[in-house]
Ligand binder design. Structure first.
Ligand code: C2O
Length: 599
């Protein structure tokens, strides 16, 4: 790395060169492309690629491995010279199947900082009879209310339902405990991909995030409704994207209520304002500034992400390595809310601060209802690409849940795309963030700032061949752009994006680092309300079964609006600043490049 030559406060500045910014596959990986011989299906077993090799690979090569795997899966031969992964000829061949419950294993939860480790049994009760889900006919739409607006009558009903759920015996799949375990099992390596015993299923960090949680909440709500004999019962959402909702809703804070959870950050009780840019430490912002910051986070994550993959996350198919890349809302503010609520005194930041325990806090479900509501809102915003995927690997991905009658039900993503099909929608409330577009820090500064940066660069340490970068301090890198001054139509057709590849970190570490574009001011911190703030990368601690294998994922940030706002669309390069906020020194980044997203 050569980072020893820098004092901790000196940024590392890395000029880009074609060699550094383009990925060069290893010869062994390239050989996949050369393989043109017809494939003899009978001579190979139906197995996944060696997990250990695959986990060493980067994003590009895991796509290569997918070809390799599909050769095996389909018994097909040549790759049709398919170097263009967008037109993957096998793209509709590998939806993720619902896990096999009989193969479920305990989860191991670890903390790399303290070295502690526990084994958590979070597998559901076993059952052999599985029903395929058909959305029931609903005579009316259940309206999920904002938690801070509910009346006494609703509060009483909801409390009663939660009380009854908590009173169910632990081995009832509808009990509070078993329902919390659903999240633990799907998020902490309890299941493998069917047919791929080396690949643990992870429903975060990919396009499965929104549909999985939608179904999870759907069954939770149906169970609560059944327990109080009210099929029209709808769960509340935590309206944290609007100022009156930016505290923990009152109904969750009475210690005697079944909605209470004692494992929450004691400093974050009402009237403490939620920080949607939370990085593990308290920012002492005024209420007004906190609101502004939160609304800017919302604007950026909702409005500037304009395509299905930017919003939902990266494609994730049967046999793929887990965690290919998060979508906008999952990354932020979803993570911030988990981390902000979780109790830092607990060994694993329970409950909300770790995937294994998050479902033990009743607030989790209100949090996720709001995430789910944002999916509906995102699709209603203007823009012809604000749609769901049409890829059948996504549509046919499936999960398994127990329903309100304790029957095991297999669901498919295609059945949850419209919440009204599932019989519910959300109470309409104001959406204040739509008017909170970030602004440049110094108006007019954007144009030509690339050269200002170059001049400054000369006075600081320059490190070559620095990838992978270890994020132990602020890092600046110049990244070349391949297309400049694009027309409006070109921008509508393809979003220019910044891709950070092979972000590696232990899964059980909380992480946040920020990414700024053409931001050379080291004196005053860049905030979410600044156009230069391109986004953040975050991780909620969680585990898989192989603790030695790191999370290896990618971050894709949209740039088109930002380049326009900073007036730097004509520039040859952008300067990317990476600022570690939480998990300093524990994250490495394999490569950074500009790309174009068309989906
Ligand atoms: Cu499945 Cu908010 O996490």
């Amino acid at each position: 790395m050569g980072s020893t030559v820098n004092s901790p406060s000196t940024p590392i500045i890395i000029p880009s060169s074609p060699l550094q910014t383009s990925f060069i596959p290893k010869t062994s990986q390239l050989s996949i492309f050369k393989k043109k011989k017809p494939f003899n299906f009978a001579s190979k077993k139906l197995v996944s690629c060696k997990a250990s090799d695959r986990n060493q690979n980067n994003a590009d090569s895991s796509s290569l491995n997918r070809f390799d795997r599909r050769d095996i899966l389909l018994g097909l031969g040549g790759l049709y010279g398919a170097t263009n992964l967008v037109s993957d000829p096998f793209a509709s061949a590998a939806p993720i199947a619902a896990p096999d419950l009989s193969l479920c294993e305990n989860s191991t939860v670890t903390s790399s900082s303290s070295g502690t480790s526990i084994s958590v049994p979070c597998c559901p009760p076993k059952a052999t009879n599985i029903i395929d889900f058909k959305p029931p006919r609903f005579s009316n739409i259940r309206l999920r209310p904002a938690a801070h607006l509910v009346d006494a009558n609703y509060f009483e009903k909801f409390t009663k339902a939660m009380e009854l759920m908590k009173a169910l015996p632990d081995d009832d799949p509808r009990s509070f405990k078993q329902q919390a375990n659903v999240h633990c099992a799907y998020c902490n390596g309890a299941y493998d991909h069917v047919g791929f015993p080396d690949q643990q299923l992870q429903i975060h960090f990919s396009w499965l995030f929104f549909p999985f949680h939608r179904f999870y909440l759907y069954f939770y709500e149906r169970i609560l409704g059944k327990l109080i004999g009210d099929p029209n019962f709808a769960m509340p959402f935590w309206n944290w994207d609007s100022p009156p909702g930016m505290v923990i809703p009152d109904i969750y804070v009475d210690p005697t209520s079944p909605l209470y959870d004692e494992k929450r950050n004691v400093d974050h009780q009402p009237p403490k304002m939620l920080d949607l840019d939370y990085a593990g430490t308290e920012e002492l912002l005024s209420k007004r500034d906190q609101i502004k910051s939160n609304l800017s986070v919302m604007y950026r994550q909702m409005v500037t992400y304009k395509t299905p993959s930017l919003f939902h996350g990266a494609a994730y198919r049967a046999g793929d390595n887990p965690s290919p890349g998060m979508g906008s809302v999952e990354n932020n503010p979803h993570t911030a809310v988990h981390r902000w609520v979780g109790d830092k005194r607990e060994p694993f930041s329970e409950d909300m601060g770790n995937f294994y325990s998050a479902g033990r806090d009743p607030l989790f479900y209100a949090h996720h209802c709001n995430v789910d509501r944002l999916w509906n809102i995102w699709k209603s915003l203007p823009g012809k690409k604000r749609t769901d995927f049409t890829d059948t690997d996504w549509l046919d991905s499936s999960f398994i849940f127990y329903d309100e009658n304790a029957n095991l039900v297999r669901v498919k993503v295609r059945d949850c795309l419209n919440s009204r099909t599932l019989g519910y929608d959300y109470q309409k409330v104001n959406i204040p963030w739509l008017k909170n577009k970030p602004t440049p820090r110094r108006p007019g500064r954007g144009s030509g700032s690339g050269s200002a940066m170059a001049a400054e660069t000369n006075t600081k340490t320059v490190i070559r061949n620095a990838f992978p970068i270890v994020l132990d301090k602020l890092v600046r890198i110049e990244i070349p752009r391949t297309k400049k001054s694009r027309t409006k139509v070109e921008k509508e057709n393809e979003e220019e994006v910044l891709v950070l590849q092979n972000i590696r970190v232990d899964r059980d570490v909380a992480v946040k680092f920020d990414v700024y574009i053409n931001d050379e001011d080291d004196e005053t911190p860049t905030e979410p309300e600044d156009s230069e703030f391109a986004g953040s990368f975050t991780n909620i601690p969680h585990n898989h079964h192989n603790p030695g294998v790191k999370l290896d994922t990618n971050l894709t940030l949209p740039l088109s609006d930002l380049l326009e706002d900073l007036d730097i669309e004509r520039d040859d390069n952008i300067v990317v600043t990476l600022v570690p906020k939480e998990g300093k020194g524990l994250v490495s980044i394999g490569n950074i490049k500009i790309d174009f997203v068309r989906d």
